[in-house]
Design a binder for this molecule. Structure first.
Ligand code: SF4
Length: 332
């Protein structure tokens, strides 16, 4: 159970029932009032080595921007939802866009307004649009603090149109198993070889537990997908990913294997990540490899095209061997 070191809060949160609930829940925890969750001066001044420590705090505010972004992968829109950032510390986390304001967990208490906008947009269309609600945080993890996922599923089930989806790296799915979700929710479990989880995805659930969670979700009638992501080309990557795909085949239930779909994404990395990780996790492995990575503009790195193509061919071969009947939505 996550026990925050301190709560940073905007005073408006007490106008919302969730805000009052969280203040009561954490009444024993030291509190610091802030003007804006976007700009916490004392956090901004912290050196990189404080990165993991800063994630022990909880920031609670009101979300002001509600802009939907069109998407063409497994959803129609990326939607800013009830949280941003995370208390885990995956070394490549894409939310580390700006160390000062994106990494730690920020909770937004105006959930009614956010869900209402999704439902209104969904109902403007005859076809069921899919809304990605987990692109800024991990909602299975967030749910252990706010119960927001349970609230969302219960309040979305009667919407005439629309579907919701989110990815996760956590196994705490029990609170949503008994819910009447009306088949409107797709949970996409992100997996990596156990060795990579141990060395790179600090604070997330173990591989075996994630697999058990996928089986449970399917049993409870949820649509499930698997993200093999991010694929990290460490020295022994071929063995690791071959074993991973084999293990998935062995441990996933037949029900899951019948129609689970896959997404596969190669890791991208950045100069900001290298700076934070070298100071915050000095004993961790280095996942930036200049021999096989190349610049992609604005301090970003990705695997070189020929390296990626070789890896792609290998992974598709393994997928064809073990998941011949399942769809790979994309591999990028
Ligand atoms: S679990 Fe997801 S959101 Fe949290 S640190 Fe890892 S990649 Fe980032």
């Amino acid at each position: 159970m996550f026990k925050p070191k301190a709560i940073y809060y905007e005073k408006e949160i007490i106008d919302y029932s969730l805000g009052r609930e969280l203040m009561e829940k954490y009444k024993e925890i030291p509190k610091i009032q802030i003007e804006s969750h976007n700009n916490i001066e004392e956090m901004r001044k912290n050196p990189n080595k404080e990165f993991a420590n800063m994630k022990r705090n909880l920031i609670i505010g009101v979300r002001k921007t509600h802009k939907f972004v069109e998407n063409h992968k497994t959803s129609d829109f990326l939607v800013p939802y009830t949280s941003s950032g995370c208390i885990a510390s995956c070394m490549y986390c894409y939310l580390v866009c700006n160390y000062n304001k994106c990494a730690y967990l920020r909770l937004f208490v105006n959930r009614e307004k956010m869900l209402e906008k999704i439902i209104k947009t969904a109902n403007k269309f005859d076809k069921d649009l899919t809304f990605e609600i987990g692109s800024n945080s991990d909602l299975i993890l967030e749910n252990t603090i706010t119960n927001n996922l349970v609230w969302t599923i219960e309040n979305f089930k009667n919407s005439d149109h629309g579907k919701l989806t989110f990815p996760t790296k956590f196994d705490m799915v029990d609170p949503i198993l008994e819910l009447d979700h009306q088949g409107k929710i797709t949970v996409r479990m992100s997996v990596n070889p156990e060795e990579i989880i141990n060395k790179v995805e600090f604070g997330t659930s173990r591989l075996d537990d994630r697999i058990v969670a996928i089986n449970k979700l399917k049993e409870a009638g949820y649509n499930v997908g698997i993200l093999i992501a991010p694929i990290i080309l460490v020295d022994n990557w071929k063995d690791l990913y071959k074993e991973l795909i084999k293990k998935l085949n062995l441990k996933l239930s037949n029900k899951v294997k019948k129609d689970v779909f896959f997404e596969m994404i190669f890791m991208t990395y950045s100069y900001v990540h290298t700076k934070i990780n070298e100071e915050a996790f000095p004993n961790a492995i280095n996942i930036y490899n200049k021999e096989i990575m190349t610049g992609r503009g604005k301090g970003k790195y990705c695997y070189k095209t020929d390296v990626r193509n070789e890896a792609k061919a290998f992974l598709i071969e393994q997928m064809n061997k073990y998941f011949n009947n399942n769809k790979i939505e994309y591999i990028v």
